[in-house]
Design a protein around this ligand. Sequence first.
Ligand code: NAD
Length: 271
Amino acid sequence: MESMFNIKGKVAVVTGAGGVLGGSISSSLMKAGAKLVAMDIRQENLDNRVQELKQIHEDVIGVAGNVLDLDNLKKLAVEISEKWGSIDILVNCAGGNIPGATLTVDQTVFDMKIEDWEKVTDLNLNGTVYPCLAFGEVMAKQGKGSIINISSMATYSAITRVPGYSVAKTGVNIFTQWMATEMAQKFGEGVRVNAIAPGFFIGDQNRAVLINPDGSYTDRSIKVLAKTPMKRFGDISELNGAVQFLCSGAASFITGVILPVDGGFTAFSGV
Ligand code: NAD
């Protein structure tokens, strides 16, 4: 059974590895024996993360870079395959809300600045599409690999205040299905593309809308928990099993799925 989930020696790229979820996923992949390329746009977060990951084992490389720079991603893909021989896993964690694109409780959609709409849709949609193109091309040539995109609860029904984020993550869902189809039809069944739709976890990009400065829950948090049958936020470690499952041989016939990891949020109507 253990061997079905084995990813020892696989080469994984995690974007947004300096962040909360990307950090936990990176650490879990390395503990399972994967070699890791940790990428993030924020140098300081990345440096701290790489120091932390080196305690697990030495096969980790930190790369400061932007997921919206396709040329640079393509160069990185070549460098990694030359150094480590393959790219087996891509987890697209870079993304999240940006302050200007999250409407305040007093704003309506007509107050939204179009520059902020463009920034948040660009980061969350193209910031996933471009790494899929750069690293996915290496996987297509190898005839094997597993891509895991990070979707959101904001793609099943409307979540107030985050229109751009919701639209972009919904784009990630259909791109995941589209890319899964393209890979299997044109490059064989070895390259699989799936997504995880996390429920609510406290990350840097959403902390301010979920937790008040005094540490208590915001009104929004209270609404989230009321619609979550398990009545709690996710612990960041609770995405790791789903990631390892999807990128292991245990999921060899699974491609194009969007797997909610959400304490029942999507299952429950709220009534
Ligand atoms: P986070 O803010 O802690 O981490 C995101 C990381 O992405 C940061 O380290 C940031 O520096 C990096 N990043 C941002 N722009 C980048 C760019 N252009 N290039 C490279 N790196 C960049 O957020 P998180 O909560 O860990 O979220 C990770 C992913 O999970 C995001 O896509 C987010 O939308 C998604 N998600 C989070 C939750 C949640 O509840 N936390 C729920 C659903 C989905």
